[in-house]
Ligand binder design. Structure first.
Ligand code: GTP
Length: 239
């Protein structure tokens, strides 16, 4: 079996990226393919934590800009991530994987509370752990939740899924001269305000020395190729 570059990863997927054309729900074809890829990773011995956003259902920041109280809209956004996590848990289990949704908000009739030591135990037993409800507090993004959970569970790599190849100096869909970065430091991403993740998430990763890979995981097989050692997307590390 090919050796994997690391044992434990956290994969951050945005709800919007997984959204079906019709809006709202997750795109079954994309989700199905990603789940098969997660299964391949688990079978190769990789321990996988997942964070899925809720933007396909509701974006807290957007509601807030439309006049809704920010705390309420962020709490609605957190609930949206639980809905996506439950959907993912169900379909991962239908593929024969074991999955556990853990929530940062107490909703224990529906899923387990997030307890770090329990999450690590699940991972060690080969279960996919889906971290939901962000960090349980308003004003924090799911990117920040992904960074925090990755650090807490001692993931060796945080992978953030995007629809483009990686990090660019400008939006490559709007600017043909946008420069692609195959490697950069957290400080460069912060100083140049590159549209990677919010500053809180970046600073958490920088200060805890967690490498992050920004990559297009909509390319079939990309995560597995990365795990087998191929240089894909952009790597952000401490300088
Ligand atoms: P171990 O036995 O520790 O290996 O883990 P396990 O998750 O298989 O066992 P556990 O008895 O903790 O859980 C059995 C099932 O109940 C699993 O599907 C869990 O996700 C679920 N479960 C555990 N705790 C809770 C909870 O607080 N709320 C909900 N809704 N489900 C839970």
């Amino acid at each position: 079996m090919t050796k994997m570059i690391c044992k434990r990863i956290l994969l951050k997927l945005s709800g919007e990226a997984l959204m079906s054309e019709a809006g709202g729900s997750l795109d079954a074809t994309i989700v199905n393919r990603l789940e098969n890829e997660v299964k391949d990773l688990c079978e190769a011995g990789v321990e996988v934590g997942l964070v899925i956003g809720g933007g396909n259902i509701l974006r807290g920041a957007e509601k807030s800009s439309q006049g809704m109280d920010r705390v309420t809209s962020d709490q609605m956004g957190m609930l949206a991530t639980i809905i996506n996590a439950l959907a993912m848990q169900d379909s991962l289990e239908k593929k024969g994987l074991q999955a556990r949704v853990m929530s940062a908000l107490k909703i224990d009739e529906v899923c387990e509370d997030y307890i770090r030591r329990k999450a690590v135990r699940h991972l060690e037993k080969g279960r996919v752990v889906i971290f939901s409800a962000g960090i349980g507090n308003p004003f924090f993004t799911t990117d920040t939740a992904a960074s925090l959970r990755a650090i807490e569970i001692n993931a060796e790599l945080l992978i953030k899924a995007t629809k483009v190849k990686g990090v660019y100096s400008a939006d490559p869909e709007k600017d043909k001269n946008a420069k692609f970065y195959s490697k950069l430091t957290y400080d460069e991403a912060l100083d140049q305000r590159l549209n990677v993740m919010d500053a809180t998430a970046l600073v958490l990763c920088r200060d805890n020395n967690l490498p992050m890979r920004i990559m297009n995981i909509f390319e079939p097989g990309a995560v597995m190729r990365l795990m087998q050692g191929e240089e894909l997307g952009s790597l952000i590390e401490k300088g």
